[in-house]
Design a protein around this ligand. Sequence first.
Ligand SMILES: Nc1ncnc2c1ncn2[C@@H]1O[C@H](COP(=O)(O)OP(=O)(O)O)[C@@H](O)[C@H]1O
Ligand SMILES: [Mg+2]
Length: 287
Amino acid sequence: MSGTPSAEGGAARGLFITIEGGEGSGKTGLAPRLMTHLEHLGFDTVRTREPGGCPQAEEIRSLVVSGGADRWSPEAELLLFMAARREHLNRVILPAVARGAVVVCDRFLDSTVAYQGMKGVAEDTILDAHRLLCDDVRPDLTLLLDLDPVVGLARAGKRLAAQSSTEGRFESMGLAWHQGVRAAFLHMAAREPQRFAVIDAARDQEAVIDAALAAVTDRLRDGVGAELAAIQAAARRALGGDEAARVWLRQPAYGLGFDIPERLLGTKEGRQRVLTALGQIEYGVYS
Ligand SMILES: Nc1ncnc2c1ncn2[C@@H]1O[C@H](COP(=O)(O)OP(=O)(O)O)[C@@H](O)[C@H]1O
Ligand SMILES: [Mg+2]
């Protein structure tokens, strides 16, 4: 989504991060680790997935991820994915981002462009539909787990068997098709390098997770991080000295969390300085 989170007044908004990639690339394994990472950084987080993410969309999920490969025409399938996405945006993603949370979604629009595109739906049709019916909502950051489908399908096949899952409809599409999906993802990433971080997912799982977390930290430093640095500098100026407040952006919609130096809290003047500084920061004097 456009813009970056802001600590000023009602303009606070969170971040929308998506994880994309082919079958077995490690998306679902990465998600809980990314949540832990973001929580340690002090963010309010929401983990979700597509298709699905709310009861209405989960019902649609069962229609599209199971059954035979030709269960749906490409156009009907696109509409089912879009119906699920509209509900998911309304009920989960948009409210969470509006209250300042970081939303991490396992698959989103790029999967639709790659998969339904490979089924013959024109990319313009998909993007026009998204603009008309889903407010053209785009992620702030997309982690693309890039992997040769020969490796990915072998991993996914093991997982489906281990979980006795019936969600194998897309896995059943054949290798050449999945190679096309991979190429489509890489094409989108090349077109929008500022949004995508491409992660080599052929490495062992810990290396892939490390690379993904580093990419997120980098983007936060550029976006939220720049704002946080400005607030910290202002707090330092207001409270005086290097050992002054360490300020952490927690839930932007609800304000900021502060670590106030003990020595300031020990005296009345110190406490007054803290209150004055907080007041200045709250009213945006920090910039
Ligand atoms: N880097 C990796 N190396 C080996 N196996 C992996 C790796 N990443 C994930 N796996 C395994 O592959 C399977 C699919 O991973 P998963 O995270 O479910 O992928 P996705 O959600 O992208 O389909 C799981 O059984 C997982 O444990
Ligand atoms: Mg998955």
